[in-house]
Design a protein around this ligand. Structure first.
Ligand code: SF4
Length: 270
């Protein structure tokens, strides 16, 4: 989802994990990207990574649809090696068997107040007593596990499955698989439980209440979304937003710098 759109049927606002992350970390940037839909240029490096990520996700989807990969993998031995290694590890770690139901690119949504919360699971594996969410990441495993636990992708994906299924939180887990040639695939698993579910519920409700207020102010009173007080002193872009000069003069450079600054601020705040 790249922008917020009103569902015609129920006038719900769609929200993905990416939108929740940006809303939580930097409301002004959320306004710029999703409310004003200012699409910003991205650097060639980021574009290249996105392309490789998309190709890898398509490859995995094709495999779990039981379509052959040989013609693609035979052309790239490095890719073949890492895909074979990943599939073997996933099989061992998640006990894939004929009894498990699985689906790649599984879409799930849930209405909550004025919002439609959405997720796309790269792979969902369902057994009688267990539901496992798998997500492919085409970079190396990050050092900071807590940062990934706090990311809205982890929190929202686990929350939605607990809310939308019969599984208890204790029966649900989410595993990130990190794939980057020429390294061996690595993984991090987050086991869900009732306590985490309650915590996420409160955090989500607070964030949505904030968004209710932001949208009311923005739509009715033309008031910009607020900066966070706790990151103003660390952020060189604080003065740049919404100044009389308008947005940044060099959007690509400043946007990339801002995103890494936000990342550092987020890291500091954990
Ligand atoms: S201070 Fe910087 S990171 Fe914090 S909300 Fe404002 S622009 Fe975003």
């Amino acid at each position: 989802m790249n922008n917020i759109s009103n569902s015609e049927k129920k006038s719900l606002i769609r929200l993905s994990q990416a939108q929740l992350n940006l809303l939580q970390v930097c409301p002004p940037q959320f306004q710029r990207v999703y409310l004003e839909q200012l699409s910003l240029p991205i650097s060639p490096d980021v574009q290249e990574n996105l392309l490789w990520g998309n190709q890898f996700h398509q490859l995995m989807q094709q495999h779990f649809l039981e379509l052959p990969l040989d013609s693609i993998l035979d052309m790239d031995q490095d890719l073949k090696k890492i895909v074979d290694s990943l599939l073997k590890s996933v099989d061992e770690q998640h006990h894939l068997s004929s009894q498990s139901w699985r689906e790649a690119e599984h879409y799930l949504s849930l209405e909550k107040d004025n919002y439609l919360l959405t997720a796309i699971y790269d792979l969902l594996i369902i057994n009688e007593n267990q539901a496992q969410i798998l997500d492919w990441k085409t970079y190396l495993q990050p050092q900071n596990k807590q940062k990934l636990a706090n990311n809205w992708q982890t929190k929202l994906y686990l929350y939605l499955l607990a809310e939308a299924s019969e599984y208890l939180p204790e029966q649900i887990s989410m595993t990130y698989w990190f794939v980057k040639i020429p390294h061996e695939p690595q993984y991090l698993t987050f086991q869900y439980n009732e306590q985490l579910h309650q915590k996420t519920t409160v955090e989500l409700e607070n964030l949505l209440t904030n968004l209710d207020n932001y949208l009311l102010d923005f739509n009715q009173n033309n008031i910009d979304l607020h900066h966070h007080k706790n990151c103003e002193s660390n952020c060189p872009y604080y003065q740049s937003f919404f100044s009389d000069k308008g947005y940044f003069s060099n959007l690509e450079e400043d946007n990339n710098d801002l995103l890494s600054t936000i990342d550092e601020i987020e890291e500091v705040s954990i």
